[in-house]
Design a protein around this ligand. Structure first.
Ligand SMILES: Nc1ncnc2c1ncn2[C@@H]1O[C@H](COP(=O)(O)OP(=O)(O)OP(=O)(O)O)[C@@H](O)[C@H]1O
Length: 508
């Protein structure tokens, strides 16, 4: 199959607002593929490469060779080119890399070049499309959508189960299970405004109490151990094993040889209080000697036994027997709101974010934001998408500084994929953040208007704010008071950002 077929289908998918039409276009494309191409094409049409890292950044594709006049590149050739680039990435051979990039882009037509540039910089919108690709795979392979979804969550991605769906059908999809060493999508939490409400939502009663977990503001980690091999991945399943030797050591010290754990890593100060998130997140800080500690709150596999479908109470008992208290998240089991409130006060006083209330009868729902886990945070933050950024002045001359913040607006009739601007902020940015965002946003640039650089709406930023007020300045009719940057969220797709409705709810 030609890359152009994928590019044209991607354009058709972007041009229609109808989810049905999008899925039909992708299903048609998949039906036209060879069996050895379906996996690749499903990844490409979803805006992703098969290679997690290619070593090609926006700098490498700043100036491109002239486009080819006629299309000739096949998807298999493109994949081979990225595979070769990924292999070069570690070797530091700049010239070889430049040459390989020039060869690939030189063989691409103008529209193919634009598409390649967008996937390489991550500027193609992902996430929202993933669900549509799953629908398309189900339709083209003639299997139930639910079977595709379940297998994708356990295999860590839709792409990973496409060939299974086409070759083995429903039965093969049903046989996809948890595998030690292959990350599963993590279970997510819904949210409530009080612990009492959360306890009701998970159905806690004195006979069937719920778990009230300390909510740590660190980095989500999923750990796989197979003998001496340990793999540590983030919420978005990126491999961060090499950055977390402390976690590897702690896991190797556990008595089980094969296991999968879910938890959070956190940097602590000498008094055992959590340090600011930036220090947990920053690779440099870790290099400079900040020690991070893993805290686990779930176990999904233990020495040959899959625990995904076991009730929370059983998983908790296994976790307690396996992991020493110093590496476990603190938990209270109760159905009593007053008792839970006292626990929450202690958690907040210790410098943590809040709690996650969990239904102890529920299984581990990989990849889903179910009702079984409910988070309660007294301090609210929003995950917004950067729509544009302005060149700084004075001390910030030469840096991209003031960012334009947008919320998703899936309810807007006629334009469900649009983002609505809520305001701007240049507060809360460290020099490190300024340097990082200048490079990042130049790579996402789509247009320039005076001192404003417009960017593809893909980068999620977590924003703290003091309140929401009505405002006619922006199209959403609301503006944020004292918005400030807490951190960039590379583990979240724009499709997971907060919605205008969520922001408007703060008006009350
Ligand atoms: N004890 C815990 N149990 C479950 N999750 C926890 C716990 N402590 C911290 N977390 C973290 O809390 C996250 C959910 O809360 P929050 O909304 O603050 O984070 P988020 O990443 O912005 O949202 P989400 O992950 O729900 O999309 C989980 O993804 C996990 O990383």
């Amino acid at each position: 199959m030609l890359l152009l077929d994928v590019v044209e289908t991607s354009a058709a998918v972007a041009a229609t607002r109808s989810r049905k039409a999008k899925a039909a276009a992708i299903a048609d494309l998949l039906a036209r593929c060879g069996r050895d191409e379906v996996e690749l094409v499903a990844a490409y049409v979803g805006g992703a490469l098969r290679q997690r890292r290619t070593g090609v950044g926006w700098r490498g594709i700043g100036t491109l060779p002239a486009p080819a006049a006629a299309p000739s590149l096949t998807v298999v050739e493109v994949d081979a080119a990225f595979e070769a680039l990924a292999a070069l990435a570690g070797t530091g051979s700049q010239a070889a890399r430049r040459e390989a990039v020039a060869r690939l882009f030189g063989a691409a037509t103008a529209s193919e070049q634009a598409w390649l540039r967008a996937v390489v910089t991550g500027a193609v919108r992902q996430g929202a499309l993933d669900a549509v690709v799953q629908e398309a795979v189900a339709a083209a392979a003639g299997v139930p959508l639910a079977a595709v979804r379940r297998a994708a969550m356990l295999a860590g991605s839709t792409t990973a189960v496409v060939a299974t769906a086409f070759d083995g059908g429903e039965e093969a999809l049903a046989a996809v299970g948890l595998e030690v060493g292959r990350p599963v999508l993590p279970m997510l939490a819904s949210s409530a405004t009080s612990v009492a409400e959360a306890l009701v939502r998970v159905g806690a009663t004195p006979a069937a109490p719920a778990a009230v977990d300390t909510k740590l503001d660190g980095i989500r980690v999923q750990v796989h151990r197979d003998g001496d091999d340990v793999l540590v991945v983030t919420r978005s399943l990126d491999d961060i094993t090499a950055r977390l030797p402390e976690v590897v050591a702690a896991v190797r010290a556990l008595p089980a040889r094969r296991l999968v754990l879910d938890g959070e890593v956190l940097a602590l100060d000498d008094a055992g209080r959590p340090r600011p998130f930036q220090e947990t997140a920053s690779r440099t800080a870790m290099g400079e000697g900040v020690v991070v500690t893993p805290f686990f709150f779930d176990v999904l596999h233990l020495d040959g036994r899959d625990l995904l479908d076991a009730p929370g109470a059983e998983r908790a008992a296994e976790l307690e027997a396996l992991v020493p208290a110093r590496h476990r998240v603190q938990r209270l089991v109760t159905a009593d709101a007053a008792e839970a409130d006292v626990f929450v006060a202690g958690v907040l006083a210790a410098g943590h974010e809040g709690v996650v209330v969990k239904d102890l009868a529920a299984p581990y729902a990989a990849g889903r934001r179910g009702a079984a886990w409910v988070k309660v945070k007294p301090v609210h933050t929003l995950d917004l998408v950067v729509l544009g950024v302005e060149w700084g002045s004075g001390r910030r001359e030469g840096w991209l500084s003031n960012i334009h913040l947008g919320a998703r607006d899936p309810d807007r009739p006629g334009a469900p994929d649009e983002f609505v601007m809520l305001g701007k902020t240049f507060k809360g940015m460290t020099d490190e953040i300024l340097a990082w965002q200048t490079e990042r946003f130049l790579g996402l640039e789509t247009a320039r208007e005076g001192h404003v650089v417009r960017v593809a709406p893909v980068q999620v930023v977590e924003i703290a704010f003091d309140g929401v007020q009505r405002s006619s300045r922006y199209p959403g009719g609301v503006a944020l008071r004292f918005a400030r940057v807490l951190r960039y969220r590379d583990d979240k797709a724009a499709s997971e950002a907060d919605t205008l409705a969520t922001v408007q709810a703060f008006l009350a």
